[in-house]
Design a binder for this molecule. Structure first.
Ligand code: HEC
Ligand code: HEC
Ligand code: HEC
Ligand code: HEC
Length: 131
């Protein structure tokens, strides 16, 4: 009986760090994401591969994530800000400027732009849109 209690205590103790670990990993989102428009679906969908984890290792969250202020303007990312899917705001109904009122527009402006600046090779369609 006593032994059982001890084992129980050890088990409970070991599980706490595991759960905390999972919660932290969850906040960072998935390591690999397939991006695809769902609000404004294309006739011929062109999903994009996104190694989120590899980008997180090099870049700050605020490079990509941001919110929308009460004035409808871009709100810079701050610790604790709710991270939403790009298309929640970047869609055809959003009233945002035409250059960023689709997932494609916003994604290309962010992803392709940085890739182009780093290395022209990285801006080729097949880098993100794998066949
Ligand atoms: C750096 C990554 C990246 C590169 C390079 C890139 N795209 Fe994209 N593209 C995306 C992302 C992310 C989306 C938005 C998610 C989605 O719908 O695929 C997107 C969306 C699109 C869409 C809309 C697809 C849909 O299903 O709604 C088209 C069309 C498209 N891209 C064409 C191109 C073409 C053509 C090129 C090369 C000239 C290119 N892309 C290069 C990342 C990229
Ligand atoms: C290079 C750009 C980039 C960087 C840097 C980045 N993210 Fe992301 N993140 C994305 C994109 C794109 C998505 C997918 C959004 C979507 O599905 O519309 C995403 C998704 C997420 C999600 C899931 C959101 C959802 O509702 O599906 C979380 C959580 C998240 N990121 C957290 C973080 C944190 C925390 C950091 C910093 C440690 C970070 N990201 C850094 C681009 C980035
Ligand atoms: C909560 C709403 C919201 C979410 C979620 C959001 N954005 Fe934005 N984004 C905005 C607003 C508002 C602007 C400002 C548009 C304008 O110029 O008036 C903006 C601007 C941009 C711009 C234009 C350049 C700049 O930085 O001002 C890009 C590119 C962009 N967003 C990409 C993304 C990507 C990629 C994601 C997903 C990782 C994302 N956004 C998620 C609201 C959002
Ligand atoms: C601020 C800069 C920056 C942004 C924003 C960015 N990337 Fe990247 N990305 C890079 C760099 C730099 C590399 C190359 C890293 C390397 O060679 O190790 C890369 C690599 C990649 C690769 C792997 C290429 C390969 O074959 O190895 C993919 C796929 C990719 N990015 C997709 C995206 C998508 C999709 C987005 C937008 C949601 C995005 N990236 C946003 C800088 C960026």
């Amino acid at each position: 009986m006593k032994k059982k209690l001890v084992y129980g205590a050890i088990l409970a103790f070991c599980c706490v760090p595991c759960l905390v670990g999972l919660a932290t990993a969850g906040d960072k989102g998935p390591a690999e994401i397939t991006l695809q428009s769902t609000i404004d679906p294309a006739k011929t969908p062109k999903p994009a591969q996104f190694p989120h984890g590899a980008h997180q290792a090099r870049l700050e969250c605020k490079t990509c994530h941001h919110g929308k202020g009460p004035d409808g303007k871009r709100l810079s990312f701050a610790e604790g800000q709710k991270i939403e899917k790009c298309e929640t705001c970047h869609n055809s109904q959003s009233g945002l400027p035409e250059t960023v009122n689709t997932f494609k527009g916003a994604a290309h402006a962010l992803c392709q732009d940085c890739h182009k600046k780093n290395k022209p090779e990285l801006a080729k369609c097949g880098v993100c849109h794998k066949k």
